[in-house]
Design a binder for this molecule. Structure first.
Ligand code: HXC
Length: 259
């Protein structure tokens, strides 16, 4: 597959794929074509048995400065409805494999929302997160009002969404939005390390566990517990469960196959 706005490496490390946003002059502004390429790449990588974790990154200056304002400017509500860009985001949301965002510089608007579509976020000390849409007369549209609020709580989310102010990587860490902050030269390496620690585990169990954690956003506690239990039982249908438990008993490292 040929891409124009992203670079894809299906094996940056063993079982780990990397998607790099590649519109550096525009601070990786997320035009429709770039988002379409992310959707296609994720679909291919999600279907590839050799891939067990996927990292999405930008460059040192910007993860992504938001949806492409120049592309959106001048559009009517009906244009936006017919373009239906959120079907792309809905598809990205369905990725079964673990997604890790490796963020440096700006993660704004749709860029911040893309990091929140990932399961874990590693940031450089220079990263800034924000939902500045309000400053251009709109508001978040790719989940910012919902996912940010669930991640960092109403007070902090309201302040970010209603004022457009950015928060630093350290503030994002304290607020619970991201997993770790590292010096700028280490953010990708740290994301790969995190991906490795997931990629060595049972891909079946990892996918079922990811699905169960995400279900918590849409369910009551009892429904979520019910869902969790079914996925827990389903793990026992996998060869990886037998291997994992036998390896423990035999005091050796398990070799998971994703079956
Ligand atoms: C289109 C963008 C862009 C964007 C930056 N650029 N952000 N183009 N859409 N979101 C372009 C600039 O026009 C400029 O191009 C080049 O990238 C460099 O940006 P500068 O502004 O010159 O850089 P700097 O002064 O360092 O300021 C960086 C910045 C600023 C603070 C990130 O660019 C900025 O405020 N960007 C917009 C952030 C934003 O509002 N994001 C939310 C978008 S709405 P030229 O050609 O002039 O050199 C959104 C909705 C999501 O995301 C919901 C649907 C998915």
């Amino acid at each position: 597959m040929e891409y124009t706005f992203i670079n894809v490496n299906p094996a940056i490390d063993e079982h780990i794929a990397l998607i790099q946003l590649n519109r550096p002059k525009e601070l990786n502004a997320l035009n429709l074509e770039l988002m379409g390429e992310i959707r296609e790449a994720l679909k291919i990588l999600d279907d590839d048995d050799s891939v067990r974790a996927i990292i999405i990154t930008g460059n040192e200056r910007a993860f992504a400065a938001g949806a492409d304002i120049k592309q959106m400017s001048g559009k009517s509500a009906i244009d936006m409805l017919q373009i239906d860009q959120f079907s792309t985001w809905d598809q990205i949301k369905k990725t079964k494999k673990p997604l890790i965002a490796a963020v440096s510089g700006f993660a704004l608007g749709g860029g911040c929302e893309l990091t929140m579509h990932c399961d874990m976020i590693i940031a450089s000390e220079t990263a800034q997160f924000g939902q500045p849409e309000i400053k251009i007369g709109v508001m978040p549209g790719a989940g910012g009002t919902q996912r940010l609020t669930k991640a960092i709580g109403k007070a902090r989310a309201m302040e970010m969404v209603l004022t457009g102010k950015f928060i630093t990587a350290e503030e994002a860490l304290q607020a619970g939005l991201i997993n770790k902050v590292v010096p700028v030269e280490l953010y990708l390496e740290e994301a790969i390390k995190l991906a490795r620690s997931v990629a060595q585990l049972s891909p079946v169990a990892v996918a079922l566990a990811k699905e169960a954690v995400l279900a918590s956003f849409n369910t009551t506690l009892d429904q979520g517990l019910h869902f969790e239990r079914k996925n827990f039982y389903l793990c026992f249908a996998s060869e990886d469960q037998t291997e994992g438990m036998e390896a423990f008993v035999e005091k050796r490292q398990p070799a998971f196959k994703g079956k």
